[in-house]
Design a binder for this molecule. Sequence first.
Ligand code: GDP
Ligand code: MG
Length: 293
Amino acid sequence: MFRSGFIGIVGSPNAGKSTLLNRMLGKKLAIVSPKPQTTRTRIIGVLNRADCQMIFMDTPGIHRTKTALHESMVESALAAFHEVDLLLVMMDATRADGFETGHLLRHLDGLKKPCILVMNKIDRISKKHLLPAMDACRKKFPFDAILPVSALKGDGVDILLDELKKRLKGGPRLFPEGMETDQSEQSFISELIREKIYHHMNKELPYSAAVTVERLADLPHKNLLVISACIHVETESQKKIFIGRKGRTIKAIGRSARLELERVFEGKVYLELRVRVEKNWGKDAKALRRLGY
Ligand code: GDP
Ligand code: MG
């Protein structure tokens, strides 16, 4: 039986969600869809196997609830849970101070969705400490499974994937196999910029444009992603139109692309966007290859 479904990943910042996702998908940066499904959840990766398709979703806003604001974030996270078939709650097993998602889980009692707890970073904790920690979690919430993994080293990840698959219902492939995350960061970013071009310009023009990412630098200590991208057009007059009066068009494209990239990458993005004339790029095979066609 072919199985498919949406899997929500929740957990405190630094629990290792991104690391796990990349490990499960076997690729760096598991972003698939630039389009949020709703304002609350978005697809962050699709895993295609011969017998199943797992669609991983991000459900933001799961943090400690100390204030009313946090309460309302939990509310919206809870609403997002209704959109997934199965929940993967992730925690850092080395954090003795504990179970930050505890608050949230109390809200989950009535939800009746399979819920798997992943205790991550077991490469940094001894069995002697791990087993009691797992027990403590089991008492706090009736998880369907509690699985120790090391997202970093890969330990336990295959078992986790099996456990996830087992709990998905029978169903068709919901996304074409080709939508798998072969997409590099670069092509993801250029697709997103192309999408913004379509939003901001007349219908025909964008077809004459290609977007390439010339530079991509991650500065994690600043939580900043620096992107240099280039819009290639065929003629000077197209270039003028892309730039717009006083640069308005290119600024608008850049701004909406940046805002969305910041949401997706969960950090600041510095986006430098230029327009370059590349005569006959449509005809020149070398240019085509460089532009990724
Ligand atoms: P996220 O905020 O939940 O997405 O967490 P990240 O995936 O960004 O990971 C946060 C930090 O924990 C990074 O420095 C990771 O390298 C580290 N990390 C993630 N998984 C593991 C693990 O299994 N073992 C160890 N030792 N470190 C991990
Ligand atoms: Mg992350």
